[in-house]
Ligand binder design. Structure first.
Ligand code: GDP
Ligand code: MG
Length: 178
């Protein structure tokens, strides 16, 4: 999107069941924002304006990765349209963590030469006794993939606000360094 417009398209990707829609619903529902309502632009698109570090930012959040009717076309579309990405896995599901790495590689291939802000998101951090992926592994993976890392829980709403603020900061860092 146009730099300086303060409006960013953020795309949720990751294995089915990791909590993408749960995170999107929190974003749509209870996140602090300067306007109290979230605009639902479609069944899987949400728009919301947030105050981050004293500056407003509008996020258009796309949660269509698992849209079955769209099939491959939707996924190709998702890979192309994001200004930033949240690659989500579940800390209780090692396969979803491995999938996250695949998606990082696919994204790099789809958007060569672009420095796209990405946060690797280990969701379901509340399920401590079912953990299959350690914090250390998650963090190490993010270092390899040159992206940020956060663990969240959509269930208990831990770090979800920080996640969306974090992605705004990542976009701004790149914008400001141009
Ligand atoms: P999606 O397929 O990636 O959109 O995942 P959903 O948001 O539909 O979540 C899949 C399942 O995981 C649902 O039953 C959610 O209630 C559950 N879930 C999502 N996030 C969390 C979380 O942070 N903690 C726990 N315990 N369950 C979660
Ligand atoms: Mg979903």
């Amino acid at each position: 999107s146009e730099s300086g417009s303060n409006c960013y398209r953020v795309v949720l990707i990751g294995e089915h069941g990791v909590g993408k829609s749960s995170l999107a619903n929190i974003f749509a529902g209870v996140h602090d924002s300067i306007d109290s309502d979230c605009e639902v632009l479609g069944e899987d698109t949400y728009e919301r304006t947030l105050m981050v570090d004293g500056e407003s930012a509008t996020i258009i959040l796309l949660d269509m990765w698992d849209n079955k009717r769209g099939g491959e076309w939707i996924r190709d579309h998702c890979m192309q349209v994001g200004d930033a990405y949240l690659i989500v896995y579940s800390i209780t599901d090692r396969a979803s963590f491995e999938k996250a790495s695949e998606l990082r590689i696919q994204l790099r291939r789809a958007r060569q030469k672009e420095d796209i802000p990405i946060i690797l998101v280990g969701n379901k951090s509340d399920l401590v006794r079912c953990r299959e992926v350690s914090v250390t592994e998650g963090r190490a993976c993010a270092v390899v993939f040159d992206c940020k890392f956060i663990e969240t829980s959509a269930a208990v709403q831990h770090n979800v606000k920080e996640l969306f603020e974090g992605i705004v900061r990542q976009v701004r860092l790149r914008r400001d360094s141009k």
